[in-house]
Ligand binder design. Structure first.
Ligand code: NAD
Length: 250
């Protein structure tokens, strides 16, 4: 078991990539604080972990809220006696419109959740990771943090920001034995891509537009996160690992 004795927090753990990773972490022996704004989804993830004999708790928290993120870390540390892994994963998309048509409110919300949420996770988890002798942070960026796509202005900007925030944190906390990496998923079969799936014209193209010719599963992303969070990645920090079937080819 690759995470035996470790305590982990997973944000956005109530669905998709976060849920698959929380379950995977628990299978490898970690105690997991599953966090989300969606209580029912988070509790369902906890139920799935416990059903398999794992240990998990649900902590409701909005990643864009400083007080709630502080409490999330405090709650996990109190429950598990320390913290070794943070998966900063919660994220949202936005209306598929040009920037000129995107409301300021939508821009702010996407940046607050996708980018500030990662900042707050780092801010409050690092002291706890230091206390535990070090650990690993994995941040969820995106293929769209590397490549531009029309009608994705705030998403593009937020996910590109996550990549350099990851490098920054790797530099700042390496000396405390804290590694910080990012993943950049391509098109993965979760709720967030529902609007793309409904586009009868574009979906047949998007769903095959990578080297492997298919979309990915949350479990395939979870395996990459597990690797970066585990000691197998002990000399990897500041990196962004693409999990995208070879990247969009159109
Ligand atoms: P998802 O919608 O299934 O899961 C996202 C989860 O985040 C949901 O449970 C949601 O309730 C939660 N969430 C949303 N806002 C939150 C907030 N403010 N605080 C706490 N939790 C919040 O989608 P997913 O694909 O599993 O998304 C996970 C991450 O992966 C996101 O950061 C997303 O941008 C990223 N991503 C997804 C894809 C893809 O194709 N699915 C590709 C690249 C990156």
């Amino acid at each position: 078991m690759r995470l035996n004795g470790k305590a982990a927090i997973v944000t956005g753990g109530g669905s998709g990539i976060g849920r698959a990773t929380a379950v995977r972490f628990a299978e490898e022996g970690a105690k997991v604080a599953v966090s989300d704004i969606d209580e029912a989804g988070g509790e369902e993830t906890v139920r799935r972990i416990r059903e398999k004999g794992g240990e998990a708790i649900f902590v409701k928290a909005d990643v864009s809220d400083s007080g709630q993120m502080k409490r999330l870390v405090q709650t996990a540390v109190a429950a598990f006696g320390g913290l070794h892994i943070l998966f900063n994963n919660a994220g949202i998309g936005h209306s598929e419109v040009r920037s000129t048509d995107l409301s300021e409110e939508e821009w702010d919300r996407v940046i607050d959740v996708n980018l500030k949420g990662v900042f707050l996770g780092i801010k409050y988890a690092v002291p706890a990771l230091k206390e535990s002798g070090g650990g690993a942070i994995v941040n969820t960026s995106s293929l769209l943090g590397i490549k531009g796509k029309k009608y994705e202005s705030a998403y593009n900007a937020s996910k590109a920001g996550v990549i350099l925030l990851t490098k920054n944190a790797a530099l700042e906390y390496g000396k405390f034995n804290i590694r910080v990496n990012a993943i950049a998923p391509g098109v993965i079969d979760t709720n967030i891509i529902a609007p793309w799936k409904q586009d009868a014209r574009k979906w047949p193209i998007i769903s095959k537009a990578n080297a492997l010719g298919r979309i990915g599963t949350p479990e395939e992303v979870a395996n990459a996160v597990l690797f970066l969070a585990s000691d197998e990645a002990s000399f990897i920090t500041g990196a962004t690992l693409s999990v995208d079937g070879g990247g969009l080819t159109f």
